[in-house]
Design a protein around this ligand. Structure first.
Ligand code: FE2
Length: 351
């Protein structure tokens, strides 16, 4: 019987060691954050560095476009290492929520900083995603061909006067889907579909390229009007390259619907992954993104607008474009409207 005592001691020592080892492992895990990001901007590097410096939490990054990240999360299922997801559009964030890829974000800090209008729907547990920056979808035009009054509303993009004058990226690109989703919230289905048909009938060429390509096409005279997110135009405004200086001299920018519902504003947003292993670190990271420091870096470095309230920025290009009236449609509704919009695009043949 004597031999039992040492065995028991060894067993309890082993158990104690296992518990200690587990808590060490947990502590080590807390110092890591697995981030899946669709943000395609070099200036984000500084955000990650500053977060790690402030918290000691190391960031492992996976970068892909929005669709790639959503597909990867689905394929990985419960085995996914993702803790935080950053996407660059409300339509995709809404899709991720619908696909059950996120979990509610509970943070009094985020609730205080980010207005409800820039968050996903909240069923009482917290939103499934929150905006961390905003970007307006503006109209650019050829100053030699048109006046600002010709393009001062989204409605006018469907006007007969703009026949053959519009360049656009794919109608199904999330940036356009979200704008069209906002129009659906404003106008209702019948008027929105008629508007989409009008815009599709005014194109100078088949949709192609990204937002910057559309601005370049306007400057080159291939078309007279295009849509772009503000940060692409601001980037050209801040460029010192002679070709870009020449380009922005020819192209005017208009914030549409200033006399009406306001300009459509989209978000880049963050969500905690459904199966996050480092949930506390995930919430800490999202809280950091909504801090004054991070919001200023997003605005001054990447030419986005702050999502948090009361943040002062110092960006010459944003200042040059001026203040504007933003729409008040909740971004969660914009995201939710995009499925119906896609059906309309298919019906009117807007690729
Ligand atoms: Fe973009």
């Amino acid at each position: 019987m004597k031999t039992h005592r040492p065995l028991a001691s060894i067993a309890s020592a082993a158990l104690a060691f296992a518990i200690v080892a587990t808590s060490f492992a947990a502590a080590a895990q807390d110092r890591v954050l697995n981030l899946y990001s669709a943000r395609h901007y070099q200036t984000d590097e500084a955000l990650y560095t500053n977060f790690t410096r402030a918290t000691g939490i190391r960031i492992n990054r996976v970068e892909a476009d929005d669709a790639g990240i959503l597909a990867r999360l689905k394929a990985e299922g419960t085995a996914s290492p993702a803790d935080v997801i950053l996407l660059v559009d409300a339509a995709r964030l809404w899709r991720g929520e619908q696909d059950g890829l996120f979990q509610p974000l509970k943070s009094a800090v985020v609730d205080q900083r980010i207005p409800p209008q820039l968050r996903g729907a909240d069923s009482g547990q917290g939103p499934q995603w929150v905006g961390v920056s905003t970007r307006a979808r503006v109209i650019v035009y050829d100053k030699a061909a048109l006046k600002p009054a010709d393009v001062d509303s989204y409605d006018k993009l469907a006007a007969p006067a703009l026949k053959g004058k519009i360049c656009v990226r794919s109608g199904s690109h999330p940036y356009n889907l979200s704008l069209f989703g906002s129009m659906l919230e404003r106008l209702g289905p019948a008027r929105t579909e008629a508007w989409l048909k009008g815009v599709a009938g005014n194109l100078a060429r088949a949709p192609k390229g990204g937002d910057t390509d559309q601005i370049r096409s306007v400057a080159a005279g291939e078309c007279a009007v295009a849509l772009t997110n503000t940060y692409y135009f601001a980037r050209l405004l801040r460029s010192s390259a002679p070709a870009d200086r020449d380009l922005v001299a020819r192209v005017g920018v208009v914030f549409p619907d200033q006399a009406g519902a306001g300009t459509h504003v989209n978000i880049s947003g963050a969500a905690v992954a459904r199966n996050a292993k480092n949930r506390d670190a995930a919430v800490a990271f999202i809280e950091y993104l909504t801090s004054g420091e991070a919001q200023r870096m997003l605005a001054d470095g990447n030419n986005e607008y702050p999502a948090a309230v009361g943040v002062r920025t110092d960006n010459p290009a944003l200042a040059a474009m001026g203040n504007f009236k933003a729409e008040t449609v909740p971004i969660a509704k914009v995201g939710a409207a995009t499925a119906q919009v896609q059906q309309m695009l298919d019906r009117v043949g807007f690729k």
